[in-house]
Write a protein that binds this ligand. Structure first.
Ligand SMILES: Nc1nc2c(ncn2[C@@H]2O[C@H](COP(=O)(O)OP(=O)(O)O)[C@@H](O)[C@H]2O)c(=O)[nH]1
Ligand SMILES: [Mg+2]
Ligand SMILES: [Zn+2]
Length: 351
């Protein structure tokens, strides 16, 4: 018997379950999704599940369960099941699906902390860290910046100068899997029952860090899969692993591009500390580009606000605005299409 509390189950989730029409069935948490196959951990062990047609009907991809979601399922055979319901989502990390204008993709759900992992070599990129941070804060998840491969040698004062505005928003750790004393503070920052997701480019050491935090090889890193030439496709691959008496870690494959999927572009001003100055602008609807009396531009000229952060803000805001307006537009069209169908039905029923 597995105690699901170690996977984050609690009384509140139990109450949410009671509200489901399927509350008499088994619940569990999704540990990985492979196309249409969901691996679910429940009190009686691991199950490979599929969705009922009802769960898929009329849904966009991002609404289907993802790693970390809590689901209710009907077990059959020894370790198979059919998912019939999903608890209402909370603290879900999304990104824009690459190649689309306004489609979201769910990365992980019921997340407490998101570790933005970058390596202290060519991968280190403040602008990319900002991008992750705004998306994470949008989901009410706590961001953490983890700068890995600290053993490689780097210019610490220079890095600190570049990330000082981020340091006000999130804790920062310098780590190396080869220096155990750098892993310890990160391990201690994670508490029992807390769900922690690792995001960042491929090769920065996410899986290695998960292993180092768990003090054992629970995940495959690129070293292992290269040396054995296999492994990536074994059925034991998991994204979700447990730290002893501590948190629940969710590893993610690296993404090439992390597009914003933010519904409220205005939130960026606060996150990137533009709003501190923006409230002092002469015009209420100031866009902080070239208006007279713009306190944001003044702050840049006075050296109080980093020009690069400001440029980053403009870029991210434009991107978020593009996503949210396209999304609203899509919803509006979706609605009018549904209305049209209704009208056709009414029209037909008159005959
Ligand atoms: N020098 C150094 N190499 C590391 C460190 N962490 C991970 N690596 C190496 O970086 C490569 C990619 O690691 P992996 O965990 O697979 O990265 P992931 O793609 O982010 O999961 C592997 O060869 C690791 O051994 C570190 O702290 N220092
Ligand atoms: Mg990995
Ligand atoms: Zn302004």
């Amino acid at each position: 018997m597995i105690n699901l509390n170690t996977y984050g189950w609690n009384e509140r989730l139990n109450q949410l379950k009671q509200a489901s029409a399927h509350s008499a069935l088994v619940h569990g948490r999704i540990s990985i999704v492979n196309r249409t196959c969901y691996e679910v951990i429940s009190e009686s062990g691991w199950f490979l599940c599929e969705l009922t047609g009802n769960m898929m009907y009329g849904k966009s991809d991002f609404e289907l369960p993802c790693t970390g979601d809590w689901v209710i399922f009907q077990p059959f055979d020894e370790n198979k099941g059919i998912i019939v319901d999903m608890l209402p989502r909370e603290r879900t990390l999304y990104r824009k699906k690459s190649g689309t204008i306004a489609d979201k993709q769910a990365i992980a759900s019921y997340v407490d902390k998101a570790l933005i992992v970058q390596s202290l070599d060519d991968n280190f990129n403040v602008r990319r860290a900002e991008r992750f941070m705004v998306q994470i804060l949008e989901a009410n998840i706590k961001p953490v910046l983890v700068l890995n491969k600290a053993d490689l040698g780097f210019d610490r004062p220079k890095i600190e100068e570049q990330i000082k505005h981020l340091a006000r928003r999130m804790p920062i750790f310098y780590t190396s899997i080869h220096l155990p004393e750098t892993i310890l503070p990160l391990r201690e920052s994670i508490s029992k029952g807390e769900t922690v997701v690792f995001v960042g480019s491929s090769g920065v050491g996410k899986s290695s860090l998960v292993n180092a935090l768990c003090k054992k090889s629970v995940l495959l890193t690129s070293d292992i899969s290269l040396s054995t030439g296999k492994g990536r496709h074994t059925s034991t691959r998991r994204e979700m692993v447990l730290m002893d008496f501590s948190g629940i870690l969710i590893d993610t494959p690296g993404v090439r591009e992390f597009g914003l999927a933010i519904d409220n572009p205005d939130s960026l001003a606060e996150v990137l500390e533009i709003s501190d100055y923006a409230k002092l602008c002469r015009f209420k609807d100031c866009e902080h580009i070239n208006e007279p009396g713009c306190a944001v531009i003044e702050a840049i000229n006075a050296g109080k606000l980093d020009h690069k952060v400001y440029e980053s803000y403009l870029k991210l805001q434009r991107e978020a605005w593009h996503f949210s307006t396209s999304e609203h537009e899509k919803r509006r069209k979706g609605k009018s299409f549904a209305k049209l169908i209704d009208e056709v039905k009414k029209y037909k029923s008159n005959f």
